[in-house]
Design a protein around this ligand. Structure first.
Ligand code: GTP
Ligand code: MG
Length: 301
């Protein structure tokens, strides 16, 4: 996708948070305590997090006290956000030197795991890779059907078990097939579970364990899918999932549906986990690699 087109997509997907910030309303205002209080309230409301909010507001106060807000203030705030989001690890997925590369996908109920897998499969397919999906969500009867439809659309292969089957056994079979057929990427879908349900967290650990035993170095990424509309609650989920399966990155979905887009900053700052992809809509190409500059442009447009 061309840069301009991508920028438009980010803008469209982040419009709710951008409306909250509403930078146009800043122009011409005096940067006094009232202005700073308002800025602080909006950053908190956008779930940027208390610490990062304080940092940005302090920096604005130091640089702009009693000046008039204009383009230079907007550029300054954007720079502050880019600094907060800076990550030495690029937002790309690890690729194993030997086939298959395995991505394990986890998260709470309804976070957007299965649809994100569909979007990711399509993206990898477009790059010329062969994909096998493992339907390890055997909990919901409709889950395997949902993944099957997506697999057909993207031309991916799928392994599923009987309803109620042990997810670890499905993972086992999927690894066997991925190895036998020499597929490039195996993506493992898992059932939604609350981070507070310890037996279900153990089940997830078991799936991870099977994958790790069958395929050296796997899972090469354990991606946690977080729903941006959960805002700061997502942080707690991430802490528990990371402890359980050692998450390597986050897919942050539903940014298009929320003014809590600032949660990207909170995730980066408090979890030391890279946001690898963001979901900014329901269309198949609405899962985009996270790009700090495009993201910040979207927030403050
Ligand atoms: N607007 C919007 N909707 C999304 C996005 N990502 C996912 N969704 C929607 O969120 C809903 C739940 O998505 P699923 O992929 O089924 O979620 P899941 O995590 O697999 O759910 P369980 O398997 O039940 O735990 C669906 O209606 C998706 O279309 C996004 O980036 N933007
Ligand atoms: Mg699902």
């Amino acid at each position: 996708m061309a840069f301009k087109e991508l920028l438009e997509r980010f803008k469209k997907g982040l419009v709710k948070t951008a409306q909250l910030f509403n930078v146009r309303s800043w122009f011409g205002r005096k940067i006094d305590q009232d202005f700073l209080n308002e800025l602080e309230a909006k950053l908190i409301q956008a779930d940027v997090g208390v610490k990062s909010t304080a940092k940005v507001v302090d920096r604005v106060r130091e640089a702009f006290a009693d000046k008039t807000a204009g383009d230079d203030l907007v550029a300054f705030v954007k720079e502050e956000f880019i600094t907060l989001l800076a990550d030495p690890r690029p937002g790309t997925l690890i690729v194993s030197p030997t086939k298959p590369t395995v991505y394990l996908i986890a998260g709470v109920n309804g976070a957007g795991k299965t649809t994100s897998i569909a979007k990711l499969a399509q993206r990898l397919k477009n790059e010329g890779k062969s994909i096998l999906l493992a339907a390890c969500d055997t909990f919901r009867a409709a889950a395997a059907d949902q993944l099957t439809i997506w697999a057909e659309r993207s031309g991916s292969d799928i392994v599923k078990g009987a309803p109620g089957a042990d997810p670890a056994s499905v993972a086992h079979d999927a690894c066997d097939r991925a190895l036998a057929r020499g597929v490039d990427v195996l993506i493992v879908d898992t059932a939604g579970r609350l981070h507070t349900q310890s037996h279900l967290m153990r089940e997830l650990e078991k799936v991870r364990g099977v994958v790790a035993r069958k395929i050296p170095g796997a899972p090469h990424e354990s991606l946690l899918v977080l729903d941006a509309t959960n805002g700061q609650n997502a942080i707690r989920q991430a802490e528990v999932f990371t402890k359980s399966i050692g998450c390597t990155g986050v897919i942050l979905t539903k940014l298009d549906g929320t003014a809590k887009g600032g949660v990207v900053v909170a995730i980066r700052q408090s979890l030391n986990l890279p946001v690898k992809f963001i979901g900014i809509g329901e269309a198949i190409d609405d899962l985009q690699p996270f790009d700090a500059e495009l993201f910040v442009e979207g927030l403050f447009s």
